[in-house]
Ligand binder design. Structure first.
Ligand code: PAF
Length: 279
């Protein structure tokens, strides 16, 4: 069932006994979202999926306008994967008036991906807090692909005592390693060849993990430098080895978990990817 208003969502939500798992999305669903819904389905009696392109987390109007909107196909995917309820509100339903109170993600939202997209994580965390309030889930499922978002949502749930268990689901990749994303559909075949450098750099870094953090960055860097000279070129934003919980860069000689994260632009399309590593 699809509902478009908060009132209808709450009415239908109240009819769901047992544990409810929530998969927040911005639509344009692909195999990565199917994996989230399947994982949600395995962990709870009921699954609610939201489809909402959140204007608050977009910096540029053009990026928001360009974001793919495919609600009919999204609803079909949700039904195929067994999600009972799809919440697809309008922007006016979610933001009936300008917000006076919103979520600030602080330092965590300003570094790495946040430095490239000022305000993005505040807008993301604000809508996630609102969606949690609307859906009242027991668990919520987020892709590892957006590793910094995942870290911030964990802190959001803990710091504000939202009582929602945050579950991470591994990134789904194409056979050649390219991470799935709703934005991939914008890439020309030539841009996709350049964009493949992101995952190739991450895999090169992973192959050097036994030699330590510096070796990982040294192995990944040249793959991205080559892509920066390709036609079309990669405009690299960052390559970082970060603490998965705080997203601060790990010190040299670091032992324990880390995330190797990369972002860049090919043509008009921004791509991000990451790999969790253990030192
Ligand atoms: O990852 C996304 O699709 C979005 O950032 C989210 C979590 C649905 C919030 O708008």
């Amino acid at each position: 069932m699809i509902v478009h208003t908060v009132a209808d969502l709450r009415r239908e939500r109240r009819k769901l006994p047992g544990r409810v798992a929530f998969v927040p999305t911005m639509g344009a669903l692909h195999e990565g979202h199917r994996a989230l819904i399947r994982a949600a389905k395995e962990s709870a009696e009921h699954v609610v999926v939201s489809v909402f392109v959140n204007p608050l987390q977009f910096g540029e109007q053009a990026d928001l306008d360009r974001y793919p909107r495919t609600l009919d196909a999204d609803a079909a995917i949700c039904a195929e994967e067994g999600a009972e309820l799809v919440f697809a509100p309008s922007a006016a339903e979610v933001y009936p008036r300008p917000l006076e109170v919103s979520v600030q993600t602080g330092r965590m939202g300003e570094i790495v991906e946040g430095a490239a997209r000022p305000g993005h994580f505040d807008g993301m965390a604000t809508v996630v807090a609102k969606l949690f309030g609307m859906v009242s889930p027991d668990l919520a499922f987020f892709g590892q692909k957006d590793a910094q978002q995942l870290a911030i949502v964990r802190r959001l749930s803990e710091d504000l005592n939202l009582d929602v268990e945050i579950v991470a689901v591994p990134t789904v990749r194409e056979p050649d390693g390219f991470a799935l994303s709703s934005r991939n559909r914008f890439l020309s075949p030539e841009e996709r060849v350049t964009g493949l450098a992101l995952s190739r750099a991450l895999f090169a870094g992973r192959d050097a993990v036994a030699e330590g953090p510096e070796a990982v960055l040294a192995a990944a860097g040249p793959v991205l430098e080559a892509a920066a000279k390709a036609d079309p070129p990669l405009a690299l934003d960052y390559l970082v080895l970060a603490d998965p919980a705080t997203f601060t860069q790990v010190p040299s000689g670091h032992r324990g978990p880390a995330v190797l994260a990369v972002a860049g632009r090919v043509g008009a399309t921004r791509l991000i990817d990451n790999l969790p590593l253990e030192f």
